[in-house]
Design a protein around this ligand. Structure first.
Ligand code: ZN
Length: 323
């Protein structure tokens, strides 16, 4: 396979990024300057063949809609939920997509004739969140995803930090309460049991399509159980922010994921929880953690954007021209 760098120099100006979620696939095309030139959203398929087809069809659909052919594409990056072996382009245990093991990069690349890179979706989103902050601040950020589960991606000096085994940023499974609820991972009191949408819905246990929204509404009406769960959400997310800043000293923690639909109410809760812990610690107060979080704007294509930058021929710093 020709290296992406040479492809980038021989007249292939466009990069494509995909965020393949459990229900929908978000795809963007970036022009030579790294600006988004087009975006499409389509329903995700289920199963290995359908996921490969998602990648191929998304690239072709973007091309048809925004006027380029696959021969104009320097590289395709795919963000996908699950364990990803980035060196081999292998996706493992993407449960929501019905994938146990899939050589996604090789199969999609073979059909498109374009280099394909694969990355975990939260890590791709971290790269996207960093690039949205622009060249001047391609510094160090963490992206904390509060969705059904909880995970983070860390970008240090503009470069995604995966760690030695790709586990860097898996803050959802740091146990912060030995007497807490049992987590899907087998531990008790993981951060995810406090602020993961799935864990909150199970703890709430009442019918409703939007359980976390219901918890917030019931808390407003003084429901005792809802007040406790709302506080859990805030203190779990605050714990994740502390872990991210104290371990990687990121300047900002950008919060994204489904729970950010709660908007400023969520941010207010997390800030308040951060201040509550800092009240007893001059050290924590000196870090101003409550001022270092921000919510991702709703509907942002951050994971698809970041995926487009995965495997890009230049470093993230050089391609971070947004904003
Ligand atoms: Zn856990």
């Amino acid at each position: 396979m020709a290296p992406a760098a040479s492809a980038g120099l021989t007249g292939r100006p466009i990069r494509v990024g995909l965020d393949i979620g459990g229900t929908k696939t978000d795809a963007v095309a970036l022009d030579a300057r790294g600006e988004v030139m087009g975006r499409i959203r389509r329903a995700s398929g289920y199963g290995a063949d359908a996921v490969v087809a998602d990648v191929v069809d998304s690239v072709r659909e973007l091309g048809a809609e925004f006027g380029f052919s696959t021969s104009d594409v320097a590289g395709v990056g795919v963000g996908i939920p699950g364990v990803v072996d980035t060196d081999r382009g292998l996706v493992l245990h993407a449960v929501n997509l019905g994938v146990t093991s899939l050589e996604l990069a090789a199969l999609a690349s073979g059909r498109l004739g374009v280099a394909v890179s694969v990355e975990n979706d939260v890590k791709a989103a971290a790269l996207g969140a960093a690039s949205l902050r622009g060249r001047s601040s391609a510094a160090s950020i963490a992206y904390l995803n509060l969705g059904t589960g909880v995970a983070a991606g860390i970008v240090v000096d503009g470069v995604l930090w995966r760690g030695s085994r790709g586990t860097a940023g898996e803050v959802g499974h740091i146990s912060v309460d030995p007497n807490g609820r049992v987590c899907g991972c087998g531990q008790r009191g993981c951060i995810e049991t406090l602020c993961g949408g799935g864990a909150l819905a199970r703890a709430w246990g009442r019918p409703g399509a939007l359980p976390v929204r219901d918890i917030f509404e019931a808390a407003e009406n003084g429901d005792t159980e809802a007040l406790l769960l709302r506080a859990d959400l805030a203190r779990g997310a605050a714990a994740a922010v502390r872990v991210l800043v104290l371990s990687a000293d990121v300047e900002t923690v950008v919060i994204g994921g489904g729970l950010t639909a709660l908007g400023e109410e969520l941010c207010y809760g997390i800030r308040t929880a951060l201040r509550a812990v800092a009240a007893g610690s001059a050290f924590l107060r000196s870090l101003h953690l409550d001022e270092r979080i921000e919510l991702l704007p709703p509907g942002s294509a951050v994971a698809a954007l970041g995926a487009a930058l995965v495997g890009a021929p230049t470093t993230t710093k050089e391609t971070a021209v947004h904003g």
